[in-house]
Design a protein around this ligand. Structure first.
Ligand code: URP
Ligand code: ZN
Ligand code: ZN
Length: 463
């Protein structure tokens, strides 16, 4: 039996903050006790004085090696999960993709093939459904039984991932029956494509027009629509990457009416804006993602929704493309810029910065980044908290350290940082994944293949 003891840290979970020693046995949290009160023998002792001991981050939305716009997201499962560990995230849930004409099983097998033996931290999969039909609807039941319990449906990207309202309704009806969770990319893709065509015809080709054609109203409209479809189906719905204040309002209204409607936003929408999309010399392409960055004024509504629990989760939607050779595919036509941004390494730090700046409390930071995604995606309390029996996925976080985010120091396989030069108070010091150090005193000590696939349970809905 291997025993590790973490002493004298401030243990922060979504529920509590207390000074405690944490005993780990065989990869799990065994006990917590008042500092120094227990004479535990241990093989390894980590002194966490003046530091936080927090649950490892759970990033419920990543896209490693995702095929998109004629290229692939530049992080593999090996590089992306290593970068996640550097940033204090110990679980990622990535999106396997059903191809048009293919089965869910084929998509899942392909994602297992990419990830198996390569991950530094534990991982699970959601399933993107690109082809809702009788056969794929039936497959949903089997996948839920096997522990793949969430399915993403797109109102956006006609001819790629798009599903029409009837298909989305059918998937929601199926999920209502089998307990799965439907996640939606809520933007009216058909209307957006009309506006893209018109913008390009006017010669509006720069990255900033990506933000202009993907209108907040078209995010709000699709958000309203998927909420009503879910209501008709009698199913919960989880809206991914919410960026527009009008979409937040739709979710808040539905929740006020007692509907089981949930949502996430991402750091890019909280810290960046259309000002970045308008950066000259095509630099705005670095910030092209969908839903798009919004004018700065939307940020207040997003922060508020995170405090009031109208949005419950902050994930990254990590989907990096290098500026050179990938984002550049869209020079002269913004619609050809691959959609997506890096962030898996930065989420925990950016949200700590939000604590420092007074947007969130420390416990809310842990709720949004660890506990709520673990509950939403059927991993709690194994992941997302520090309690006897939980996996010892723990981060020793130094709240007083300072760092400057930069492509020259980050570990994501991408040639720019959207947060280049941003100063952060707080830094990851040490990270344990199931009790094994993957970051030790700011040094990577993990290895590919340590990370295990996580079959998941059903969503634990609050209340
Ligand atoms: O721009 C984005 N978000 N790229 C990844 C695919 C998606 O829609 O999540
Ligand atoms: Zn999406
Ligand atoms: Zn995504």
């Amino acid at each position: 039996m291997t025993r590790t003891l973490i002493t004298h840290g401030l243990v922060i979970t979504a529920a509590d903050e207390l000074h405690a020693d944490v005993l780990i046995e065989n990869g799990r949290v065994a006990a917590l006790a008042t500092p120094g009160s227990q004479q535990w023998d241990a093989d390894h002792v980590i002194d966490a004085s003046d530091k936080y001991v927090i649950p490892g981050g759970v990033d419920g939305h990543t896209h490693m090696e995702m095929p998109f716009g004629g290229t692939y997201a530049s992080d593999t499962f090996e590089t992306g999960t290593q970068a996640a560990a550097w940033g204090g995230t110990t679980t990622v849930i990535d999106f396997a993709i059903q191809s048009k004409g293919g089965s869910l099983r084929q998509g899942l097998d392909a994602w297992h093939e990419k990830a198996n033996g390569r991950c530094a931290i534990d991982y699970g999969f959601h399933m993107i459904m690109s082809d809702v039909n009788e056969s794929s609807l039936k497959e949903m039941d089997r996948l839920v039984e096997e522990g793949l319990t969430s399915f993403k449906l797109f109102c956006a990207y006609p001819d790629v991932f798009y599903s029409d309202d009837g298909q989305i309704l059918r998937a929601m009806q199926r999920a209502a029956g089998n307990g799965g969770l439907v996640m939606t990319h809520a933007e009216n893709g058909l209307a957006i494509d009309v506006l893209v065509e018109q913008a390009l015809a006017r010669g509006e080709t720069d990255p900033r027009y990506h933000g202009e054609v993907r209108k907040a109203l078209l995010e709000a409209e699709a958000t309203h629509r998927v909420i009503r479809l879910a209501q008709v189906a009698g199913a919960p719905v989880y809206v991914v990457h919410v960026s527009a204040q009008e979409a937040v309002a739709e979710i808040a209204r539905a929740r006020d009416d007692g509907l089981p409607v949930y949502g996430e936003t991402c750091p890019q929408y909280l810290f960046l804006s259309t000002d970045n999309l308008a950066e000259p010399n095509f630099e705005g392409a670095k910030y092209v993602c969908s839903t798009p960055l919004r004018p700065r004024e939307h940020q207040a509504a997003l922060w508020k929704s995170l405090r009031t629990n109208d949005l419950q989760v902050v994930s990254t939607d990590h989907c990096p493309f290098c500026f050179k050779g990938q984002k550049e595919l869209g020079r002269g036509d913004f619609s050809k810029i691959p959609n997506g941004m890096p962030g898996v390494e930065n989420r925990m730090d950016l949200l700590h910065q939000a604590v420092v700046e007074g947007h969130l409390t420390r416990r809310r930071w842990i709720e949004l980044a660890c506990a709520a995604p673990a509950r939403m995606f059927g991993l709690y309390p194994r992941k997302g908290t520090i309690a006897p029996g939980s996996d010892a996925d723990l981060v020793i976080y130094d709240p007083a350290a300072t760092q400057t985010l930069s492509a020259s120091t980050h570990h994501m396989n991408v040639d720019y940082s959207p947060y280049e030069g941003k100063k952060i108070t707080g830094a990851v010091h040490t990270v344990l994944s199931r009790g094994i150090p993957v970051i030790t005193n700011h040094t990577y000590t993990g290895h590919p293949g340590h990370g295990a696939y996580l079959p998941r349970g059903l969503t634990q809905y609050p209340g």
